[in-house]
Design a protein around this ligand. Structure first.
Ligand SMILES: [Zn+2]
Length: 691
């Protein structure tokens, strides 16, 4: 481009306006390290001066440093530039590789458009452009497109590189605490024994309790801390020990890296139209997952099992409810009871009777699905008592083993906790020793350094003292809990399962866990009696039959022979008629009241007596639709025939609902029907017409 051409483009009008120098760097790292391009950008200032602008006419916009150019939405400086150009304040816009002023094509074209309208020139190291000139504008547009294409290729190359590295399991990803990269860059378990133990302890506790909350409780109870590695800042890489939280347990259990699997793509980040960044969690099926990529704390099978357990716990109240973890509450079979009618897991509902918590086992499946009656509700007390007795009776040969397991678990628990606490003390001692050596090694004349090191040494000594005190306190607590009465009690229990079972000090939760150790599930069916089908772990089964428990007011109030009497009367009468019959016989309800339809219905429900309607159906009686179909007439005709006494109908409830006896061969109705068929042949155009 010749000097005259340049001179032609710059007019007096341009020179009267301001020159804008737009300086930008796309990342913070560029701002810090790439000073060369910054220098190139500031050199453009000289160019503006050469073109005729005075130094004080040049405005430098560099507020966007450290932000990516992919969208203008969060770039204040660029927006200010666009605004000023639009207002006609700018005579020229200078920038390094102008096409990069706005990498985003839409932004770029908008700026070009505005520059063209406001007759603003554009200048970069390559030349001077007038966007109002067709040829210049074409050139600039092309540059913008090229720049965008370049950005696209860079990103694609980067993404491709990341993916192929990820596929080989070689992509460096931030590792969770407990895993480190060794000197060769391979992922390995953290060599810090305390960290390893804490993580192993978490997985172990979860395996035993199947509950994330119980893991947290166990850590807190034993005064154990959990490690975190600081990711950023001055203390990057340092370990911090803090109390374990529930979300921490969940994150640890969900992280496939602990199972030795490499995972990539668990989250996906994308830019929204407004330029903001959003992150979404990707379903597990879409991750890139490479099992056995490096050593782990658990097997991949264990990892998947843990996830299933968590899912089951989360849906413990849903319809796909699997056996949940042992929770508080007295119901022994919580999570183990299966409905004998439909095969669903039964839930537990507690209510308080005379200040005592009593459980019901209920199958609510049908209730939820059809808003009809509950599938079945069975009083828990009787069942629990029977199961207790069953365990006490049949478990005797197993008693020793169970109690020994309990004892072994208690001791293992104490041992592990002790190990963990000991390592804390050891670490504190090592640190103190290190600080002491540093202090001794320093030249005593170097007062400042010596003082600092002495202070460090003192700090580590105080930390050691605290760790030791804590260790002694916890050990004393653990021993107090285990030695003397407790150990004696455990030994007692080892030979005496009933004592363990009946000991009021045994929490309901522990009792339930003993049940879980022994019993796989219990199927409950309520019929004339309650049938209990027990499946032990290991495969043996036992059946029990229990009398049906009456509910409290019945048990106290309803005379014992009344249900049988109602059962007899229901063969021939509706609920209201049964009530009338009983009143006729001078019987009174438990509340010393005359019987009503409602009371009869309640007793019928509580005793699972089939209704009059059901009994008639069982005897083969037909609904009026069925009989209408059988006889080939309109249902309305059936009503007419019943009223005319042509059909044998029975009232089934206290509303006008009827069931019909199937017509006998010699019934008048047959003759009637014969006549009707003849009628129909004559007047076939009136189907379903009246008689
Ligand atoms: Zn059911």
């Amino acid at each position: 481009m010749s000097a005259t051409q340049v001179a032609q483009k710059v007019s007096a009008e341009h020179l009267a306006r301001t020159a804008y120098l737009y300086v930008r760097q796309s990342t913070l790292r560029q701002v810090q390290t790439n000073t060369e391009s910054a220098e190139r950008q500031y050199a453009l200032r000289q160019r503006a001066v050469q073109l005729g602008w005075a130094t004080e006419q040049i405005v430098v916009i560099d507020t966007d440093q450290g932000q990516s150019g992919a969208s203008s939405a969060d770039r204040e400086g660029f927006q200010r530039l666009v605004a000023d150009v639009g207002l006609g304040k700018a005579g020229i816009v200078l920038g390094l590789e102008v096409s990069r002023l706005a990498r985003n094509n839409a932004d770029w074209h908008r700026l070009l458009e505005i520059c063209a309208l406001s007759r603003t020139l554009i200048c970069d190291e390559d030349g001077l452009y007038d966007p109002a000139d067709f040829n210049d504008r074409l050139l600039l547009g092309l540059k913008g497109t090229m720049s965008e294409a370049e950005l696209h290729f860079i990103r694609a190359r980067l993404q491709g590189g990341i993916l192929s590295k990820a596929r080989r399991g070689e992509l460096p990803m931030p590792l969770p605490v407990g895993l480190v990269e060794d000197s060769t860059g391979k992922v390995a378990l953290d060599p810090d024994a305390a960290v390893q133990r804490a993580i192993a302890h978490l997985f172990d506790r979860f395996a035993r309790t199947s509950s994330a909350r119980a893991v947290v409780q166990a850590f807190n109870r034993d005064g154990l801390l959990f490690p975190t590695r600081i990711r950023t800042g001055e203390r990057k890489g340092d370990l911090v020990w803090s109390p374990l939280t529930h979300s921490r347990v969940l994150r640890t259990l969900h992280n496939p890296r602990y199972a030795g699997a490499f995972a990539y793509g668990q989250r996906r980040t994308r830019k929204t139209a407004s330029g903001k960044t959003t992150t979404r969690v990707v379903p597990r099926e879409e991750w890139l997952l490479i099992p056995d990529a490096h050593p782990g704390y658990i097997t991949f099978e264990q990892y998947e099992r843990n996830l299933r357990t968590l899912a089951a716990n989360a849906t413990a109240y849903g319809t796909d409810r699997a056996a949940g973890p042992a929770r508080e509450g007295t119901a022994l079979l919580q999570g183990l009871a299966v409905c004998g009618r439909c095969g669903q897991r039964m839930t537990v509902r507690y209510h308080t009777r005379k200040g005592v918590q009593v459980p019901d086992y209920q199958c609510i499946r049908v209730n939820i699905q059809t808003a009809g009656e509950k599938c079945q509700v069975i009083q828990g007390n009787g069942v629990d008592t029977a199961i207790s007795q069953l365990l006490l009776d049949t478990v005797t040969p197993l008693a020793l083993e169970v109690a020994l397991n309990v004892q072994a678990e208690l001791e293992a628990r104490a041992d592990e906790a002790d190990q963990l606490r000991k390592t804390h003390v050891q670490r504190a001692r090592q640190r103190a020793e290190l600080a002491r050596r540093r202090y001794l090694a320093v030249d005593p004349d170097n007062r400042l350094v010596a003082d600092t090191l002495e202070a460090d040494w003192n700090d580590t000594l105080r930390a050691l003292q605290t760790a030791q005190d804590e260790y002694e306190r916890q050990t004393a607590a653990a021993n107090a809990a285990l030695t003397e009465q407790h150990k004696q009690r455990i030994r007692q229990l080892a030979s005496d399962f009933p004592a363990l079972w009946n000991d009021p000090a045994t929490p309901a939760r522990e009792r339930k866990r003993v049940v879980r150790l022994l019993i796989e599930d219990v199927t409950l069916t309520k019929a004339d009696q309650i049938h209990v089908h027990v499946r032990f772990r290991g495969g043996q089964t036992t059946k029990l039959t229990l009398p049906k428990a009456l509910n409290s007011w019945q048990a106290r109030l309803t005379p014992p022979d009344i249900p049988a009497e109602i059962d007899r009367l229901l063969d021939h009468h509706t609920d209201a008629e049964v009530a009338a019959e009983l009143n006729q016989l001078g019987r009174r309800s438990g509340m010393k009241q005359p019987f009503t339809r409602r009371i009869v219905a309640d007793i019928r429900h509580d005793n699972n007596l089939p209704s009059h309607h059901k009994r008639l159906r069982a005897r083969g009686l037909l609904t009026h639709h069925e009989i209408a179909e059988l006889l080939g007439v309109h249902p309305n005709t059936i009503h007419a025939w019943r009223r005319a006494g042509l059909l044998h109908a029975h009232r089934t409830t206290d509303k006008p609902d009827y069931l019909y006896e199937p017509p006998q061969p010699d019934d008048r109705i047959r003759k009637q029907q014969g006549r009707r068929l003849a009628d129909r042949k004559l007047a076939s155009s009136t189907p379903g017409g009246a008689l």
